[in-house]
Design a protein around this ligand. Structure first.
Ligand code: ADP
Ligand code: ADP
Length: 221
């Protein structure tokens, strides 16, 4: 569903040029669960941003469902990102003064054709799926790290994404909570969601279908 060809990403500042990705060729098939490992600074977050259409490569091609991403207008890209892709971050990125339910509804506010009633239903369904139905009116500050990450996953799910891109989703969690989050992602994957996850945890990575290792901007295995 997602194909990257000859991707290069160069960050240019006044004094230095950093090659963050070099000659990356990668295909993510529908329904796959792929994990990406590699040392800090090797380009994993950059890769995820490019896969998520948040950032453009310096050169190379990206195809989404067989169509070159370059052929979409900015507006179409924003819609694609909103509708097809769910993001989960290490540090959750929840809004602390919104309730759990409101956090989960938030991305649907910008979704054409989804009214208030459907938004609420989808948010409740997503929270049910991650086991947080009893916490819908809590605020993020009242939840554990694992629960916050489950809210973030519910927020991604409410958009019914085809692919979830997760950047170290268990990086801030202890091993028990990390395990819970991985189990949840494995479950969502079995239900059909494609997942790409950056992780530092080899045990977790080995539970996914495919492990890709990066070093210094390139895929090494
Ligand atoms: P990882 O996620 O594997 O830690 P990143 O993708 O964050 O790696 O970074 C890859 C390289 O690109 C690093 O050398 C980093 O310093 C550099 N880099 C990342 N973002 C920027 C940026 N906005 N400007 C300049 N350099 C950057
Ligand atoms: P870290 O791994 O350092 O905690 P995160 O996983 O929180 O970083 O974020 C990964 C990348 O995604 C960062 O480059 C950040 O700028 C970007 N990012 C974070 N939150 C959002 C968001 N809500 N929308 C788009 N991009 C984001």
């Amino acid at each position: 569903m997602l194909q990257l060809r000859n991707i290069e990403k160069v960050y240019q500042t006044k004094t230095i040029e950093t090659v963050a990705l070099h000659q990356v060729n990668l295909t993510i098939g529908k329904g796959e669960f792929v994990s990406i490992m590699g040392p800090s600074g090797c380009g994993k977050s950059t890769l995820l941003s490019i896969m998520g259409l948040l950032d453009e490569p310096t050169s190379g091609e990206i195809e989404l469902d067989g169509r070159p991403v370059q052929s979409y207008s900015d507006r179409e890209l924003a819609a694609l990102r909103n509708q097809k892709i769910g993001f989960v971050f290490q540090s959750y990125h929840l809004i602390n003064d919104l309730s759990v339910l409101d956090n989960v509804e938030l991305p649907l506010l910008y979704r054409p054709g989804v009214g208030g009633k459907e938004r609420r239903e989808r948010a409740y369904a997503a929270l049910d799926k991650v086991g947080l139905s009893p916490r819908t009116s809590h605020f993020p500050g009242q939840l554990s790290g694992g629960q916050r990450q489950r809210v973030a996953i519910a927020r991604a799910l409410a958009g019914r994404p085809e692919i979830i891109l997760a950047d170290e989703p268990t990086g801030n969690l202890d091993s028990v909570m990390g395990e819970e989050i991985l189990d949840l992602l494995l479950h969502l994957n079995r239900e059909g969601t494609t997942i790409v996850m950056v992780t530092h945890d080899e045990q977790q990575a080995l539970k996914t279908q495919r492990l890709i290792r990066f070093f210094d901007g390139s895929q090494v295995s």
